[in-house]
Design a protein around this ligand. Sequence first.
Ligand code: SF4
Length: 199
Amino acid sequence: MATDKLYIGTYEVDPILFTKGFANGRGPFQCESKCCSSGVWTDVSEQRVIMEHKESIKKYMDETQTQDDTVWFDPDMIDDADFVSGKAIGTQTFNDKCVFLLKDGRCSVQLFSKEELGDAWKIKPFYCIAFPICVAEGVLTFDDYQQGCAQCCSVVDNAELSMVESCKAELVYVLGAEGYLQLVAMKQQYLDTLQKGGQ
Ligand code: SF4
């Protein structure tokens, strides 16, 4: 039944990924960096790695950012089971944007990671890479934080492509290549069941 819960590994899968997508000509590839306006929750292990590279990351900042690394992250962490360590800490904002966001919309952490570690995503926080895909209370789903605000991260019904296709890179990142293939097969099965009136 289409109403049964769907799982890939430990993640429950929200069928919204199968049934909604971006309007024609829209999508995360047109990123407007609006999602970076309020910062991001990072795993404390990600924070630690970023801070290990703090002096190098500063080289990739501009005059709209602060070099004062004592204000890059919130003073306190929170418990959150959707993070690998179970502990999350937020990046702070400066000049009304994430401390790591350059004025041109690029991310200092990503820039450093790409230029000096040879992999743009190596130390970029998980939820920054995955957005607009997220994991919320164990459910792999769409993060509607920018729905209706940023065209690049707003979904609609009856899109030509679902998020499974439009967010392939993000979903492969979260699920791995094999998990992504499972998701593609799951989508087909879900839509077939719907079409047969199974819901
Ligand atoms: S860490 Fe980088 S990608 Fe993540 S919210 Fe901040 S500026 Fe954006």
